[in-house]
Design a binder for this molecule. Structure first.
Ligand code: SF4
Length: 356
């Protein structure tokens, strides 16, 4: 932990960006900047921050603004309830805290629109209180460096990261420490392809040492996967089969596969045989189907491919149209194919159906 803090703090003193809210401990400015930056990136948020502080230099000026004025200034940021909460909270501070921003964590946390992270940021930066501010950037840095694979959006994960963050902030300058960690995640330990070779933490970083940078942090509620249904047509004739290269901007671009008919669900074979995409292969409609495999599922990061193979007993060669290529059984293993096609080819050879 000592090494971690030393490196992060040293890095921050060298590389931190010069941002206007960093030149002040004013809790109103810190609060404004944090709420605006929940909505947008720093380069875009900066203009909003400057407009707000120019129009309303103090929390009391904001408290005396009309809702229309605040919404107009917020225009373009979205989540307009956040702008309304800003105004509500400014008025609340005016009425219940004599116009002075509260100085203890619990009072700050109880203000409308201020959650754990924002309260910790204000408490630490403005009042030097030891509360760790753990945002997405911080989760990423801690997860990678310390090798924590508990999901960051699970209760146990949040607890683990929270306890670690509490340990790390002990004895440090709280405001500087929190900002250093956030800035390090925003600039150095970025979500995609961080430059680990130049990272001051690389000699002790778990993710770097174990090649897990792309796998950490873990999230349990992943993006919803899309279901697709692939009907593969496996033609056999005189030790040959037919493949097609994937040339559309889609998964497996450039790989080879059996001709495929994509349907919107698990359909009857008859539907596939009458599918307009069969095009030149219409003569197949009269060809007897030899065998149909069960549906299986192949999982990709954002897609679930449901697939099956329909085997045809050809009585004559099919025409080479629509990108089809004829492949001899001796050569088929030389083609780059998706894993599920490879499985089929292996099955073919094992069952001695194709390699006969
Ligand atoms: S070595 Fe790479 S993964 Fe580890 S903290 Fe540095 S940038 Fe992040």
């Amino acid at each position: 932990m000592e090494f971690f803090n030393l490196q992060i703090h040293g890095w921050y003193s060298k590389y931190k960006r010069d941002l206007p809210w960093r030149n002040s401990h004013n809790p109103y400015f810190v609060w404004l900047s944090e709420i605006i930056l929940q909505q947008t990136r720093i380069d875009q948020g900066m203009a909003y921050y400057l407009r707000f502080t120019e129009e309303f230099p103090t929390v009391l000026d904001l408290a005396n603004a009309s809702e229309d004025q605040v919404l107009k200034l917020w225009q373009g940021l979205g989540y307009y309830s956040r702008a309304r909460n800003l105004l509500f909270t400014a008025k609340f501070i005016q009425e219940h805290h004599q116009g002075k921003f509260p100085e203890d964590y619990n009072s700050i946390r109880s203000l409308k629109g201020i959650g754990d992270y924002t309260a910790a940021a204000i408490a630490s930066i403005s009042f030097n209180l030891e509360y760790p501010a753990v945002d997405g950037n911080v989760y990423r840095v801690l997860s990678r460096f310390f090798g924590i694979s508990e999901p960051i959006d699970s209760n146990t994960g949040k607890k683990t990261f929270g306890l670690l963050a509490k340990e790390l902030i002990k004895g440090a300058d709280p405001g500087m420490h929190n900002q250093a960690l956030m800035e390090f995640g925003a600039l150095q330990c970025v979500p995609k392809s961080p430059n680990c070779a130049l990272c001051p933490l690389n000699e002790s970083c778990f993710a770097f040492a174990n090649n897990k940078v792309g796998e950490l942090p873990v999230k349990q509620n992943k993006t919803k996967q899309r279901d697709r249904y692939f009907n593969y047509l496996v033609f056999e004739f005189a030790n040959n089969t037919w493949l097609r290269q994937r040339i559309k901007n889609d998964i497996w671009l450039g790989l080879f596969e059996f001709p495929v008919i994509e349907t919107s669900e698990e359909t009857e074979v008859g539907f596939v045989l009458n599918h307009p995409e069969l095009g030149e292969l219409t003569s197949l409609r009269n060809t007897s189907v030899k065998r149909i495999s069960n549906w299986k599922i192949h999982i990709l990061s954002h897609q679930r491919i449901h697939y099956r193979f329909i085997w045809f007993d050809l009585s004559e060669e099919i025409k080479l149209t629509d990108g089809l290529i004829k492949v001899n059984k001796e050569d088929i293993l030389n083609f780059a194919v998706p894993r599920l096609i490879e499985e089929c080819i292996i099955e073919l050879s094992e069952n001695d159906r194709f390699m006969r």
